[in-house]
Write a protein that binds this ligand. Structure first.
Ligand code: ACO
Length: 397
């Protein structure tokens, strides 16, 4: 009977829950979110405390291992990452084959494929040590691949990582340094990048993380699973929101037009929404936004661009929206994308690279979830469906 599942739903034996609005797909001990309270915890630690006292690599260790590292463990983790930061000539050769104007997210999907190809035979996903090695490798190499993707897009030579630099410093050096020249990295921007990575590191079962887990549940290669996460993140409904913020700010164009756009956002006959405001889960200030707002102030001040017209529009928009009853009543606060878009723009990162930065930051979360799943009993992810097609019929004789 082709309508079996529908009958089972009617009986309450099956659930029909498009968008997973009320279905948990897994147990997980990594991240806790209480959207109503504006709370985000990694392994129990509040995100704002991690942003203040920890750094991205330490947070990666925490996500993967469940505990903060001792000083020795942290030093060893940092060294393990540094040992894996370089990528092979085969990744560079694949990148060289792309036209310079290729979308960076398309390129990144392919570059993860080069890692899958290179390390497929040597990775036994049943082996705990091999899984950990894969996690280290992908966290280490993703900034290198991201920066190379940028360099390729602007037609500049790839810059090799420097062993003496931190994770975020190396990323900026590989992005903006010149091949063969000593690194010159602005510490304020390096700190901002590190915090951006840290704030994006995990957010439990969002679309891309669930995609990584689903792909991983078939026993697929871990780098291929990360490529599937990058694909899911690419869409504007997920990773593309900070790009949308910049597009909106450019469209507003002048402070005198802010009220007009606020009115449009409030008009129920107009589909326009203020980009960078509101969140599906956080119905209170997103705790990441508070941190990002502070970093945003520091970056704009350090670069001396607070009075840049675009950033003045952003600040004024933020102030008006926070005081407007429409936004207050609906608990629509600036989200993390509002500020990250502004920071990345101020640093000079092209908008087409924004989602790549998100992917870079989210990689430890993806791989930690993949590893958590494989370290515990799990089933292949296999959603059911409600069939809406034709009933059984015979092929015309
Ligand atoms: N501007 C104006 N009004 C808004 C906005 C907004 N940005 N967001 C929500 N509203 C209004 C809705 O019109 C609705 O009003 P109503 O009750 O009068 O009908 C009310 O607020 C609730 O909106 P929902 O769509 O039910 O809220 P939901 O939780 O489903 O949406 C979302 C969350 C998709 C993030 C939404 O706020 C939005 O579209 N924001 C702009 C896009 C954006 O910034 N996305 C990034 C999200 S963060 C991230 O992905 C990391």
């Amino acid at each position: 009977d082709v309508v079996d599942v529908r009958k089972l739903v009617a009986k309450g034996v099956f659930t029909f829950d498009p968008g997973f609005m009320s279905t948990a797909s897994t147990e997980s001990a990594i991240t806790y979110i209480d959207g109503g309270a504006g709370m985000l915890l990694h392994r129990g630690y509040p995100i704002d405390q991690l942003a203040e006292h920890s750094d991205h690599l330490e947070t990666c260790y925490l996500l993967l291992n469940g505990e903060l590292p001792t000083d020795e463990q942290k030093a060893a983790f940092v060294e393990d990452i540094k040992a894996e930061i370089a990528v092979s000539d085969s990744s560079a050769a694949v990148l060289d084959g792309f036209p310079a104007d290729s979308h960076p997210m398309a390129v990144m999907v392919s570059l993860l494929g080069t890692l899958a190809a290179e390390f497929h035979e040597s990775t036994n996903i049943e082996d705990e040590a091999d899984r950990y090695k894969a996690a280290i490798r992908v966290i280490a190499k993703i900034p290198t691949l991201s920066a190379m993707t940028y360099k390729h897009s602007v037609g500049e030579a790839y810059v090799k990582p420097e062993p003496g630099l931190s994770y975020a410093e190396n990323f900026l050096h590989m992005m903006y340094g010149t091949a063969g020249e000593a690194p010159k990295v602005n510490p304020v921007l390096a700190k901002a990048m590190d915090v951006i990575f840290l704030l994006h590191a995990d957010h439990e079962q969002n679309a891309s993380t669930s995609t990584v887990r689903l792909a991983g549940s078939t026993g697929a290669n871990p780098y291929a699973c990360i490529a599937s996460g990058i694909s899911a993140l690419w869409g504007p409904a997920h990773g593309g929101a900070n790009e949308a913020v910049l597009t909106m700010l450019n469209e507003i164009g002048d402070e005198s037009r802010i009220e007009e756009f606020i009115a449009k956002a409030k008009d129920k006959n107009d589909p326009f929404r203020l980009m960078g405001f509101g969140h599906r889960v956080y119905k209170n200030f997103d705790p990441r936004s508070r941190v990002m707002r502070k970093i945003c102030d520091e970056v704009l001040a350090d670069l001396g661009v607070e009075n840049d017209p675009l950033f003045k529009i952003a600040r004024r928009l933020e102030k008006i929206a926070l005081e407007d009853q429409y936004f207050i009543d609906r608990k629509l606060y600036p989200n993390v994308d509002f500020y990250s878009g502004i920071i990345l723009k101020a640093i000079g990162i092209p908008t087409s690279m924004f989602t790549v930065i998100f992917a870079l930051g989210r990689t430890p979360g993806w791989i930690a979830h993949w590893n958590e799943m494989l370290s515990n009993p799990y089933k292949i992810g296999r959603p059911r469906q409600l069939y809406t097609g034709s009933v059984k019929r015979d092929y015309p004789a």
